[in-house]
Design a protein around this ligand. Structure first.
Ligand code: KIV
Length: 299
């Protein structure tokens, strides 16, 4: 883990971030070359640095932050201003990965013009390099592309549709809905989407779409045949408080690690073993001598 140059003086090994900047065309080239694309969500400066330095290709400032960071039940409540705030923090941290900002619910649903205006804010005010929108919004993708805003589409289980879907349910389980999903993905790509996230769909559907689509697919709960994979940062590290979905693989138990560390800190404070003398600042001896004996530091 490298925390070199963090404000606050943390230090560790030097950064190992691969230097070639990831761009939308670079992701297309990865698909052409059959190179898997790694993607992960991140929402703040410290974790984005870790994600970027680990060599992840695409960082999504997902609206999942409403749930995993802010404690909402679903993603619907988060606002454009809240998403901008987190996107700026991620942008400050990331050197290599492509930074994609999720457009929140309500920010592109009333009109194409409103969607473009809000997307411009993510590029201009927060430094995002692409925006992600949910659903087969072909006209909006066309308008964003015309406005020079790279687009990541998102199909299948689209969390902003939770009320219409009646819960977070796997989509495209019938032949008819698989064909509709494929048609939607092709239409988004034709309109200019450079990447399509496929979430919560059967492996076979994602594989068929990935094989036909000219742009990369990135799967989450969509099986191993997509061009890339994305997970939510907090799921990967067990920083959530609910049982994980079937598709989540826990790569570390950061929740347990943090819990234990904080308990040790509390115990040290309670036993007065933190901070130690070595962890304290000291007066110069001349200053110590000049002080009233009552306020002298005992050494
Ligand atoms: O908001 C999010 O984290 C997402 C990913 C699950 C793709 O949209």
């Amino acid at each position: 883990m490298s925390l070199t140059n963090f404000p606050g003086g943390c230090s560790s090994a030097p950064s190992t971030t691969p230097t070639t900047k990831v761009t939308m065309p670079a992701l297309a080239e990865m698909k052409r070359q059959g190179k898997p694309i790694s993607a992960l969500t991140a929402y703040d400066y410290a974790t984005s640095r870790l994600v970027d330095e680990a060599g992840i290709d695409l960082i999504l400032v997902g609206d999942s932050l409403a749930m995993v960071v802010l404690g909402h039940e679903n993603t619907l409540a988060i606002t454009v201003d809240e998403m901008l705030h987190h996107t700026r923090a991620v942008r400050r941290a990331v050197r290599r990965a492509l930074v994609v900002a999720d457009m929140p619910f309500g920010s592109y649903h009333s009109s194409v013009a409103e969607g473009v205006a809000n997307a411009v804010r993510f590029i201009k005010e927060a430094g995002a390099e692409a925006v992600k929108i949910e659903g087969p919004r072909v006209e909006l993708v066309r308008a964003l592309t015309a406005a020079e805003i790279p687009v990541v589409g998102h199909l299948g289980l689209t969390p902003q549709s939770v009320n219409r879907m009646g819960g977070f349910r796997v989509q495209a389980r019938t032949a008819e809905t698989v064909l509709q999903l494929k048609a939607d993905a092709l239409a988004l790509a034709e309109a200019g989407a450079g990447v399509i996230v496929l979430e919560g769909v059967p492996r076979e559907a994602a594989a068929a779409i990935t094989a036909e689509l000219p742009v990369p697919t990135i799967g989450i709960g969509a099986g191993p045949d997509c061009d890339g994979q994305i997970l939510v940062f907090h799921d990967l590290l067990n920083l959530t408080f609910a049982p994980p979905a079937k598709f989540v693989r826990r790569y570390a138990d950061a929740g347990a690690l943090i819990h234990t560390a904080i308990e040790h800190y509390r115990e040290d404070v309670e036993h007065r073993t933190f901070p130690s003398d070595e962890e304290s600042y000291h007066l110069a001896s001349a200053v110590r001598e000049a002080l009233d004996p009552a306020v002298k530091v005992q050494k």
